[in-house]
Ligand binder design. Sequence first.
Ligand code: NAD
Length: 236
Amino acid sequence: MAAAAGSLSGPRLRLSSRLALVTGGGSGIGRAVCRRFAEEGSAVVVVDVDESSAEETLRSLPHGDQRHSVFVTDVSCPQSVHSLVSAVQKQFSRPPCVAVNCAGITMDGLLLKMEAEAFERVLKVNLMGTFLVIQAVARALIASGAKRGSIVNLGSIVGKVGNLGQTNYTASKAGVVALTKSSAKELARFGIRCNAIVPGFIDTRMAAKVPPKVLEKVLQLVPMGRLGDASGGLFM
Ligand code: NAD
């Protein structure tokens, strides 16, 4: 029997027919996103370059082994992303109707000292990786005749305001926002929505790499005086 509207079980299963692909699903925000989708009834494809982290996420999901799957992929590699989407389609007999691009890295250093490789690598993972996933998922959705889809990309507040030691990262995240806006304009006619989220500092492995001195300055700007909680403290 269907759950009555407004009952406890009703709203939590509102994504039961969905397949969501989450990159960077092995840690931090990506892991929290995987959990939230799974709790809402969606099947989840956990994508990460780090297999053991991705497997750990999978094990933490409701009905982990049965409904969901891990795919080890480097999002900065075009061939790998192409193979990922084909393999997902093969396993689930449909493309993901939701893609959340959480895969990201930092390679911090002051502008005057930064190696070109550190700039290029961060742009490749954060910006090109996001582009490749959007493109592969959108192509698959359109080819399958699906009339809707949703793509969510992770920008960052520092992409708007800048940050010491993060010329590469901030450029990549500002790029993600621009990429999202242009993708949204191109893909709207196929029923595919593209949105970006620009979080402040969230308590994850990535934030743990920020030097304490910098973090202290950042926290002075946060009214709550603390890092955000990826697991959704907002909803409690
Ligand atoms: P995290 O380091 O905890 O998780 C990032 C995940 O991405 C890791 O599991 C890592 O293995 C994976 N990854 C890295 N390179 C990859 C690649 N080439 N291919 C596939 N997976 C790869 O970081 P997080 O804090 O959860 O960040 C998630 C996203 O949110 C990132 O895009 C980050 O830039 C963004 N963000 C984070 C914060 C923050 O304060 N933590 C703030 C704003 C935005």
